[in-house]
Design a protein around this ligand. Structure first.
Ligand SMILES: [Zn+2]
Length: 162
């Protein structure tokens, strides 16, 4: 049972190894010009996996591995938007909704700056938020992890039922 505090903060993190010949999708947006893509059971969207975990963690609902085990054949190649939708349903079922999101993507190449607005809009649409409520930051690993993508996400959840 969730407490009835007006706000709760959630945090999520996700990472995938990258290999040549695979697609790279971040926040539901295919990254053009990516020479490396995510090795994953699902579509490997590190942004959406971290968003879903942030949603769940804000209400202490566990993590996406419990709802979408990576051993389940039915989730192979899964569109990660479905994972976020499921997490959002659980959050709404507890009487909360996202207020704003801050996310950080660490990737060496390609540069993601040109995709900032598109990724923000895509995540915002999934969470039924204005694009202005999704902050997107990009970092590189400075060459420490060139075949690696990592995402960290915080989300503020606000109580919708008084
Ligand atoms: Zn993932």
């Amino acid at each position: 049972m969730s407490s009835a505090v007006p706000y709760r903060v959630g945090f999520g993190e996700d990472a995938h190894r990258l290999e040549a010949g695979l697609p790279l999708v971040l926040g539901g947006v295919p990254v053009p010009g990516a020479e490396l893509g995510a090795v994953a059971h699902s579509d490997g969207d590190a942004v959406l996996h971290a968003v879903a975990d942030a949603l769940l963690s804000g209400l202490a609902l566990g993590d996406i591995g419990q709802y979408f085990p990576d051993t389940a054949a039915e989730w192979k190649g899964l569109d990660s938007r479905l994972i976020v939708q499921r997490a959002l349903e659980l959050v709404r079922g507890r009487g909360y909704a996202p207020v704003n999101v801050a996310l950080v993507v660490t990737l060496d190449r390609p540069k993601l700056g040109p995709l900032r607005a598109e990724i923000a809009a895509s995540v915002a649409q999934l969470l039924d938020l204005p694009g202005s409520e999704v902050g997107v930051s990009f970092k590189t690993s400075e060459g420490l992890a060139p075949a690696h993508v990592q995402t960290r996400v915080t989300v503020l959840l606000g109580r919708t039922e008084k």
